[in-house]
Design a protein around this ligand. Sequence first.
Ligand code: COA
Length: 604
Amino acid sequence: ISCGSSLFNSLYFLKRGRSLTNTSFSKPLSWITENKCIPAAFNLPHGTLKTQLRGLTPRPPIPRYMSSRAPRRRLPSAFPVLDGAFQPIHNHVFEENARNSQVCLKRYMELKKKVLNGGGVNAIAHHTQKNKKVLVRDRLRMLLDDEDYLELSPFAGFGLPYGDIPSAGCITGIGKINGLWCVFIANDATVKGGTAYPITVKKQLRAQEVSMQNRLPCVYLVDSGGAFLPLQSDIFPDKNHGGRIFYNEAVMSAVKIPQVALVCGSCTAGGAYVPTLAEEVVIVHSIGTIFLAGPPLVKAATGEEVIPEDLGGATLHSEVSGCVDHFAAVESEGYECTRNIISTLNFELPEENTTEVEEPLYSAEELMGLAPKSYNYSMDVRLIVCRLTDGSQLQEFKARYGTTLLTGFARIEGHQVGIVANNGELTYEASLKGSHFVQLCDQRDIPLIFLQNTAPQPVHTLSQAKAEMNTNRLKAQGSMMSAVACASTPKITVVIGGCHGGDSYAMCGRAFDPNFLFLWPNARVSILAPGHADALVQEERETVHINEQLKKESTAFFSSGRLWDDGVILPQDTRKVLGKCLKIIKQQEYQLSKEKPKSQLFRL
Ligand code: COA
């Protein structure tokens, strides 16, 4: 995980100073509520009816606030409509893909069920009945405006050498709090007391990276026993191990990314630093504790018997140590208080898009038959694009050049985007075209959507002409990689088929730092396409072995289990997910504060 480049992006956006009016808190509260800021409920005392009802009744709709800025008008466009009809000759390909998609869907549903089951029935009973705590997904219901949040990497933690860790022991994602998109990182204490496995650390670091790259406030729901001790050497010493979470908290504060922690369980050892480095902290009475070593360790070290509440409970930290800033008598009050803190951030809400969005002309369900089982089952990518874009429209760029790459402008849920989609091999011409188009979008500040599905490349060089062609392609792909790496416009990548080796880099794979990267369940990601090991390995037995390994290790679920992406999404949900990501990315344009950072906030 490269947090350095994300930090660069964050600083970049600060530098560009896209923020707007300068509002200070000397303005009366009524000014803030009447003028486009986040709706404030912090003038209501805790324990009001609203607090008690949170999570039990549907939340009232968030009132719409008008921006004081002049409304922006889009230039009119009448992009050509793509033809999305299938040719009968392709029916068998469609059917084969649909059959494969059904198999993938089954696996997807199985994993989803496991994810919702958390640490299992016994751990759930222990958590709710003995420890009297709310389950993590119900906590999110109380924290967020609604359930329309973007969960990141829900399948992370499955199929690891050290076992299956449901949701990697913590749920991360982006949801709205009082209308503002915020990243959340919520421990699931039903998974081994919320302790951090290596994959848990990786997931939390990725969520912080998303927060930095997209300049989103970050809320931590902390309920963790610290490091999972049997794997301490994979959690503690290295740069991107546990300590990086705390390092990031300081750096995020320094670049003015607000962080709020709600202590709704144990914060033991490493877990204790999450709230102590956050900018504002709430603790829930009787269930929230913060200490470096718990009562058993105190007993072992000094022989003293001490109860958790006295050692580091809500009363101690809110009245004596000052480690926390707000005391909540019960969990529901903790969420209400956290929501109110978000209202004090002095952020502006994006203007609501009132223009009607045109739906695609073709059914998204048909994407199941277009999701290629393998490269040989790929159809014209326009058939996919026209099921994602508004009105199935696309203004194609360089339509007659480098035809194995489709590039063009479109809208997705009303947001203008540049689409870069593989439609065959990433050839010399296709790569040059890709570089040109990426730079064009960067020049115009248009977010890029990459749809990856490239042909497996034969590596054998049979002739001088072929060698020359390969070298030219290498140079052009290198240029495209540079264009993609240096483009400062937001990027979202969806692996819709297979993407292997260098093609993956040029098409903005994980290493090229897209804001978000998702996989379709049929997708395959590996250095070499499965079945093509003979291009590199001479010995037959070894070839068979490597091909099998490539097949196993390239699946979408293998990838997502290891957090090489932000999640597996169903093809039919792609438009909705992309629309949500584009809205989230856009939020950073509306922040009020534009001062350059000086230092992080110190907890004194
Ligand atoms: N490493 C490995 N496993 C741990 C663990 C840790 N740090 N902390 C807890 N676990 C395991 C427990 O062994 C138990 O496993 P089991 O379900 O297979 O029996 C499971 O997590 C749940 O723990 P349990 O104590 O039954 O649950 P609880 O809700 O009553 O308490 C904690 C949870 C985290 C408060 C408590 O377990 C605790 O204080 N753990 C020690 C924390 C610690 O000292 N961490 C130091 C890390 S450097």
